[in-house]
Ligand binder design. Structure first.
Ligand SMILES: [Fe+2]
Ligand SMILES: [Fe+2]
Length: 197
């Protein structure tokens, strides 16, 4: 029987995966890139961050708040997401031939790196200490289901920007994580079945 729970990564691994892919894409943006490429990279990053922030707010943060609502890192998480959304709106409106576009991109990157460091050194280890593996996997499956709903209406523009910006592998940031992991697990299972046949 197909079970998303068994095929999804844990919620904490999924969050780390999203972070590292966004940071890799940030590093592909340079001041000398063509304006069309800059815009495509910016749009890919903005969409990935928006989806990631919504997923954390809906699926991950409520669990952390339940564990320890007084934790200062969780208290500033949503305000930091909102500040990120403000920069994203400005970046989307910016002209990629201007220096302002580069500045906003750098500002976004600085904020996101700081926020990601807090999550990876405080919130994710706390979740892993307090919740069992089954719960982390179950939340991972919930996040995958919600991600699919959020990605579906944007699939066309995600594909277009990915094609302009860089190699297809980076689609994993917004759309491909669940698909890639499920495919890898199905492949290894099929392999194991074949060996035992
Ligand atoms: Fe976050
Ligand atoms: Fe995050």
């Amino acid at each position: 029987m197909f079970s998303l729970n068994k095929l999804s990564p844990s919620i904490t691994d999924m969050i780390r995966f999203d972070h590292s892919h966004v940071l890799v894409t940030f590093h592909q943006y340079t001041a000398t890139s063509r304006p069309k490429v800059k815009k495509a990279l910016a749009e890919t990053i903005c969409t990935a961050l928006e989806i990631h922030a919504t997923l954390e707010e809906e699926v991950f943060y409520p669990v952390i708040r339940n564990l320890n609502g007084q934790e200062p890192t969780i208290q500033k998480s949503v305000p930091e997401h909102n500040e990120m959304r403000r920069i994203i709106a400005e970046l989307r409106a910016a002209d990629p031939t201007t220096r302002r576009h580069d500045e906003l991109m750098n500002e976004l990157m600085r904020d996101v790196m700081h926020h990601v460091a807090d999550e990876e050194t405080v919130l994710l280890p706390e979740a892993e200490r307090m919740l069992g593996k089954d719960k982390l996997d179950e939340l991972g499956a919930e996040m995958t289901r919600r991600r699919m709903q959020l990605v579906a209406p944007k699939a066309g523009s995600i594909a277009k920007n990915t094609a302009v910006g860089f190699s297809g592998s980076t689609t994993a940031i917004v759309a491909g994580l669940a698909g890639a992991v499920v495919a890898a697990k199905l492949f290894s299972r099929r392999h194991a079945n074949a060996r035992h046949a």
